[in-house]
Design a binder for this molecule. Structure first.
Ligand code: ADP
Ligand code: MG
Length: 217
């Protein structure tokens, strides 16, 4: 069969694995920044937690690659990521992000994702986070970055790259907006007014991950 050469990468299992590797690299790069933010308004483990979880996810994907040979569809890549995060990340972020990836994995039962499938899986991930954590926009959590990310991706026409770039801009603005907010959920909540002035670690990690993943889109 002849191969079709296009400039757009197919959004297949290999792309999904690269997506997770990019996210892991972003977390590793920003680990100390995330830990510092969480030290200021939490318990100082967010960067360490996420780094451990993403390492475990990449290791799991590596071992599946070696065993399987044939690439598995994107859903199984996101599911393996979800189970790694759920198993290895303590604290609030593990179950929340684990649920996000699990829900995303259920929303993409195809070998090659379309840009619209990506919109759907992002939307499902956000629903998963909100169902599990019950946070609304304005509570100073990662939802303040994730909700605008999903809205911007949905609302933007054009290539995957354009949609992803708009989503990153929105996530970064959302993360920045948490600086002025007083926490209504999570470990920062008891700090009350003292939580104002520091951005939410989970919102910042989401924006950092999004930036790296979008650059790869
Ligand atoms: P922990 O707070 O248990 O130490 P982490 O430090 O890994 O867990 O993650 C903290 C981040 O989790 C917060 O910055 C916030 O973004 C997010 N978070 C906490 N509670 C919730 C919630 N109910 N819904 C959404 N996100 C939340
Ligand atoms: Mg913490």
């Amino acid at each position: 069969m002849e191969r079709t050469v296009t400039h757009e990468k197919p959004l297949d299992a290999a792309w999904s694995v690269a997506w997770i590797r990019g996210a892991a690299a972003a977390v590793a790069e920003h680990r100390d920044e995330l830990t510092e933010l969480d030290r200021a308004i939490g318990d100082g483990d967010h960067g360490i937690n996420l780094d451990r979880g993403m390492h475990a996810a990449v290791a799991k994907l590596d071992s599946q690659d070696n065993v399987g040979g044939a690439p598995s569809p994107p859903a199984s890549v996101f599911k393996a990521t979800a189970t790694s995060l759920l198993a290895t990340v303590g604290g609030a972020a593990g179950p929340l992000l684990g649920t996000a990836f699990l829900r995303a994995s259920r929303a993409c039962d195809v070998d090659v994702l379309s840009s619209q499938d990506v919109a759907t899986l992002l939307g499902e991930a956000a629903v998963g986070v909100q169902m599990r954590g019950r946070a609304e926009v304005g509570d100073k959590t990662l939802v303040d970055a994730l909700a605008p990310l999903v809205t911007a991706f949905d609302a933007t026409d054009g290539s995957l790259h354009d949609r992803a770039a708009a989503a990153v801009t929105a996530a970064e603005a959302g993360a920045e907006s948490t600086k002025a907010l007083q926490a209504r959920l999570g470990r920062a909540r008891p700090l009350g007014e003292k939580s104002v002035g520091v951005p939410d670690p989970g919102a910042v990690s989401l924006a950092r991950i999004a930036a790296v993943v979008a650059a790869h889109a």
